[in-house]
Design a protein around this ligand. Structure first.
Ligand code: AMP
Length: 476
């Protein structure tokens, strides 16, 4: 791996890059005290990640930093470790480090990282976010922790009630800045920045760099060092597939794929909170271990859903963007976008939940004819075409077949693979449809077939499909 050097913000180019692999420098090469080194060993970190190699020395030297990296790259430890070191040398009580995070889940993750890495130090951290009692947070703040990890709205509420004194903050960290923008938090972030002494060190992290974030960076950062370890990167281990469908075919297709594909754990993204809830309920009634994660749930429900998913109690998380962004859960094998994300950056965030730590992952996106412009924008951003995976079964379904498929339990989908006779409504539909001519793949490429599905089709159907694919390729 070639290590990219830190460079001034003006020189930053926004390009899609491939994620780099960790270098071999040891944590002991950093000027971090023994109590922090013990925390690193306890966390089980052997080798610093690329973002850590760049950010840790820059923060220790007192620079402002713009870190262009997404969740999963090790960026939390990249700022937590040098911040802990600096706090150790200052030894003062009361909030002096403020970390702003866009979601409660992310705030909790950051707080946990500080707690793990700082457990052999006297440094303490607390969280401040909405959806839970403010009284408890006020009490926690009275014990004068040095690190406060906060969501912007609740922090402003607390400040308005004189529950937190921000005058002692000398280090400000804005995490997942682009997510702050998407969630409409930038005005709150700007207000908070105004409340913090100007004489401070500021670190900002963002996976993508839209114009608004670039402007914010120029405003809040003072001659920052830029650490770019592949922001907006699409991990090369992810296999992308688009599934052209109509709106009403989405649920049958989801059921079909989940019954057909072997997956470890999966996140399904929906556009609305209501739909996330409904899809999770449908999956549950079809025998899947599914749970919803969306903004209308109480904090306790959200915590239970996240913890259950992390621990493997739930195999499928059905989430909206807001609830799932920034979440770091290992071993997610599939991301399924039931609804096309609004922007290419949102797509990159979503699929970044899989293919982590150089494991392979698959990203399926259901696209309707209305999504064509969004697909074009995405392909432009990625710099390549994404394979269209056309299943003949989902190009010409009748209303009854759709309804029948929606009712299909998971076990039936599995059994279908074991038997060649049509025994389920879906199978009967497939059997009938396999006698029809499959429809076009819809793109210049030869249509790619869904791998799991290919295994379960009859020989005749495969031959028919191959001929059709050859015809499409000739005519394009
Ligand atoms: P983050 O990008 O901060 O969400 O980190 C992603 C995951 O990487 C977290 O689960 C961290 O515990 C883990 N992690 C961070 N740094 C290292 C490291 N140097 N070696 C191994 N795991 C790490």
């Amino acid at each position: 791996m070639t290590r990219k050097s830190l460079r001034p913000i003006q020189e930053t180019r926004l390009e899609i890059t491939t994620q780099t692999s960790p270098a071999t420098t040891a944590f002991t090469s950093f000027e971090l005290g023994s109590s922090i080194q013990r925390g690193i060993a306890f966390a089980g970190y052997d080798t610093p990640r690329p973002i850590q190699l760049e950010v840790i020395p820059a923060v220790l030297e007192g620079h402002d930093v713009l870190g262009m990296a997404q969740t999963g790259t090790g960026k939390t430890a990249a700022f937590a470790l040098p911040v802990l070191e600096k706090l150790m040398s200052r030894r003062k009580s009361g909030p002096s480090v403020l970390v702003l995070a866009p979601t409660r889940e992310l705030a909790k993750q950051i707080h946990e990282e500080f707690t793990t890495l700082g457990q052999f130090t006297p440094i303490r951290s607390t969280t401040v976010y909405g959806g839970v009692s403010i009284r408890h947070q006020l009490n926690a703040l009275r014990s004068r922790p040095q690190v406060v990890v906060a969501c912007p709205g609740r922090l402003l509420d607390l400040h308005g009630q004189r529950g937190i004194d921000l005058s002692g903050i000398d280090t400000l960290i804005i995490d997942e800045a682009d997510m702050m923008l998407d969630m409409g938090f930038l005005p709150d972030v700007r207000r908070i920045v105004e409340l913090i002494p100007e004489d401070r060190q500021t670190l900002m992290f963002s996976a993508t760099m839209p114009d608004e974030i670039r402007k914010l960076a120029n405003k809040v950062l003072n001659h920052p060092k830029v650490a770019d370890v592949g922001h907006s990167s699409v991990v090369s281990t992810i296999d992308h597939e688009l599934y052209p469908v109509t709106q009403r075919q989405k649920t049958p297709l989801l059921n079909f794929l989940l019954g057909d594909v072997s997956f470890g754990s999966a996140i399904i993204f929906t556009r609305t909170k209501h739909r996330a809830l409904r899809v999770a309920q449908q999956l549950k009634s079809n025998g899947h271990n599914a749970v919803a994660l969306q903004g209308n749930m109480s904090q306790a429900q959200r915590d239970r859903a996240m913890q259950g998913f992390r621990e493997g109690k739930f195999q499928i998380l059905v989430a909206t963007d807001i609830a799932a962004r920034g979440i770091d859960v290992a071993n997610i094998s599939h991301v399924i976008n039931m609804d096309m994300p609004n922007t290419p950056d949102a797509y990159i965030h979503r699929i970044g939940r899989t293919g982590r730590s150089e494991q392979s992952g698959r990203a399926f996106t259901f696209v309707t004819p209305e999504d064509e412009a969004a697909v074009r924008a995405l392909e432009k951003k990625l710099g390549r075409k994404i394979h269209r995976c056309t299943l003949p079964e989902f190009t010409e379904q009748t209303a009854e077949e759709v309804a029948a498929t929606q009712a299909m339990p998971k076990t039936a989908a599995r059994d279908r693979q074991a038997s060649s006779a049509p025994t389920t409504p879906l199978e009967a539909a497939q059997h009938r449809l396999s006698k029809r001519t499959p429809s076009s793949g819809g793109g210049p490429r030869q249509p790619k077939q869904h791998k799991g599905f290919q295994q379960s089709r009859s020989k005749n159907s495969r031959i028919r499909h191959r001929k059709h694919a050859e015809r499409s390729a000739r005519s394009s």
